[in-house]
Design a protein around this ligand. Structure first.
Ligand code: GP9
Ligand code: MN
Length: 615
């Protein structure tokens, strides 16, 4: 009589189970993927299953006599992927992506470092492979006897697991796939295997768009940006030549907090004073999309628009650019970014390399503990304090960019850091916001004092700006209360996209400038202050030029000009906020062409055809 087959004797089921357990163990033991609640833990537990089942199902494309062998080979491939990631993670604290595999210039170094990360006990990574091989040989494991029907059922189960996984992930991390912010988050939510598939898809799309582009395409963009070029301000051109440039990106800081009080206390007392001795731009708009902070960084250093979907830092990190750090390197500048968060967040480590930064002082350079971190990482005060040690030692002149972090959604703070009252709207996000903005204001004050002490202040131009909005439209009701209006109209929403911009130039009194401008204008402005003419293709115009174009084009396709605001298919007069006929906004709408030109430049990687490109 035929012996009844037990499920664990089926090589398909046995392998799937072992791979599932192993992947979860590797998550726990090899990677640092902390979970905050049961939902996140559940996502971690179930996420390997769907990819394991779908991949193993491939064996049914082979004749039955090959089933055991293909099962084993698939298990081996999974194990190699896991192990390769473990090795890479041990060294880089990050996961492998396709661009990483093609970074040929430092492959030798990486190879050696990876070999140094191997241990004898790594053999356990392949224990299941050995077991499966042995059990098959001994006849204990049999090729699975699944019929087409049972296979369909199995795939249905795998699909259910995938759907549950994605739904849970979406509720934990809205827009996970479109924003693609952090690899750690992607792996946590999708699992290593799905993450690699996702990464591959992203890569093939990018490669296809690039392959179709040719050098004629760049001419159109160049003609456009050439005719936009404006002469620099004669008095200010080269005024900061050879001086240090210190940039401070204020996390989620909107312009409406400037000069505003809560409970009789200024929200930004330091900035309010600093503005008096600086150039202050009160109609300066952020132009970021889904890439948030990273988009603002992209705008700043390239004067190109970020992309309509995803973060350009993640999707096009290996393009040819002509970023400020690359340009000023020829003028003996040393460039660095300081940020108290994980270096792979927003793919910064890779992108900074592409843009030519000499140094990235990230999380691992700082001492971070339970007490000095909140929200996304190190608190701003210890961040600036600890940064000073590195800044002091940096070769001068430097181009040093600081990215603050404490004023990040959900605006949590430690009690001892609260110096001003909250707003009183009963919307906790809005209510807490001024307190964390105020904390950053204090941190910047301390930093500026420190710069003076270290004799760096007089030799530096200091540029402080907000990276993007902090309070989203979801909080319009509470915001209406804060601003003392009945409701927030689409026009108000556009105006809320203003972020502060302060440029301090030693020896200059400064003034408040009301012209319309955006983050895209920063690069030509900075390069003109440094007296550098070779600026490559850029969409912005110098903020100090008499012919500066009063335009801000948003990624959501709203446009602000000196006279009008175009948003949500409506046209408003900018000064009065009154709605006017749609025709009035024709000129504003024409500016949208810029977005498409800039996008084509990035999708086609067109700067590789331009003679600006640096090898
Ligand atoms: C993360 C920080 C915040 O490192 O820059 O990113 P955000 O969510 O604002 O884009
Ligand atoms: Mn940000």
């Amino acid at each position: 009589m035929k012996e009844r087959e037990r499920w664990y004797q089926n090589s398909f089921a046995f392998t799937a189970l072992l791979l599932w357990i192993k992947t979860y163990l590797v998550y726990k033991l090899s990677f640092n993927l902390p979970t905050m609640n049961w939902k996140q833990e559940l996502i971690l537990i179930i996420n390997p299953l769907s990819s394991v089942l779908f991949t193993l199902a491939l064996i049914y494309f082979f004749p039955k006599r090959f089933h055991n062998r293909t099962t084993w080979i698939i298990a081996l491939i999974f194990s190699i992927v896991l192990y390769a990631n473990t090795l890479y993670y041990r060294f880089f604290n990050d996961f492998i992506t396709v661009p990483v595999l093609f970074q040929t210039n430092n492959v030798g170094d990486i190879g050696n470092s990876l070999i140094a990360q191997t241990y004898w006990y790594d053999i356990f990574f392949f224990l299941d492979i050995i077991l499966i091989f042995y059990f098959v040989k001994k006849g204990f494991l049999k090729p699975s006897s699944y019929t087409k029907r049972s296979l369909v059922k199995l795939l249905a189960v795998a699909s259910i697991f995938l759907t549950v996984n994605l739904t849970l992930a979406e509720s934990e991390r809205p827009q996970l796939l479109t924003r693609t912010f952090d690899r750690e988050l992607l792996v946590k939510n999708l699992g290593t295997y799905n993450f690699h598939i996702y990464d591959l898809l992203l890569q093939s799309k990018t490669t296809a768009q690039k392959a179709l582009a040719d050098n004629v395409d760049v001419v159109e963009v160049r003609n456009y940006t050439d005719q936009k070029k404006v002469p620099a301000n004669e008095e200010l051109f080269g005024i900061a030549e050879g001086k240090n440039v210190i940039l401070i990106s204020m996390e989620s800081t909107q312009q409406f907090v400037i000069g505003r009080e809560v409970g009789g206390k200024e929200i930004t007392p330091f900035l309010n004073d600093f503005i008096q001795e600086s150039y202050y731009f009160e109609n300066f708009y952020h132009q970021t999309g889904q890439g948030k902070t990273s988009d603002s960084e992209f705008l700043l250093d390239n004067s190109l628009y970020p992309l309509p979907r995803g973060a350009v830092f993640q999707t096009h990190p290996l393009n040819e650019y002509y970023a400020t750090p690359e340009i000023i390197e020829d003028h003996d500048y040393h460039s660095a970014v300081f940020h108290g968060n994980n270096k792979s967040f927003w793919n910064r480590d890779i992108m900074y390399n592409t843009m030519g930064y000499d140094e990235f002082i990230s999380e691992e350079y700082y001492s971070i503990n339970e007490n000095n971190q909140i929200n996304y990482g190190l608190k701003d005060k210890p961040f600036f304090e600890q940064s000073m040690a590195y800044l002091k030692e940096m070769p001068q002149p430097f181009y040093a960019r600081f990215i603050t972090l404490t004023n990040h959604h959900p605006y949590k703070y430690h009690d001892e850091d609260q110096a001003i009252p909250t707003f009183q709207t009963n919307d906790p996000i809005v209510d807490q916001y001024p307190v964390t903005v105020n904390y950053t204001d204090q941190a910047i004050k301390q930093f500026i004092d420190q710069l003076k002490k270290e004799n760096l202040y007089e030799d530096s131009i200091i540029i402080i700006y907000g990276d993007h909005y902090g309070i989203s439209e979801r909080h319009d009701k509470a915001m209406a209360q804060v601003l003392g209006v009945d409701e927030i109209s689409p026009f108000d929403n556009v105006q809320l996209q203003r972020v502060p911009l302060i440029i301090h130039i030693p020896g200059m009194d400064g003034e408040t400038i009301s012209r319309v401008s955006g983050q895209i204008d920063l690069k030509p402005t900075i390069l003109n202050l440094l007296g550098i003419e070779d600026q490559g293709i850029h969409f912005g115009t110098d903020l100090f030029s008499d012919e500066h174009e009063d335009i801000a084009v948003f990624r959501d396709r709203s446009v602000v000009t000196d006279r009008y605001v175009w948003t949500s298919d409506m046209c408003y007069e900018r000064e009065s906020g009154k709605e006017v006929s749609v025709e009035s906004c024709q000129e504003a709408k024409d500016q949208l062409k810029e977005l498409d030109l800039s996008d084509s430049l990035i999708y086609g990687d067109l700067l590789r055809f331009s003679n600006f490109a640096i090898e």
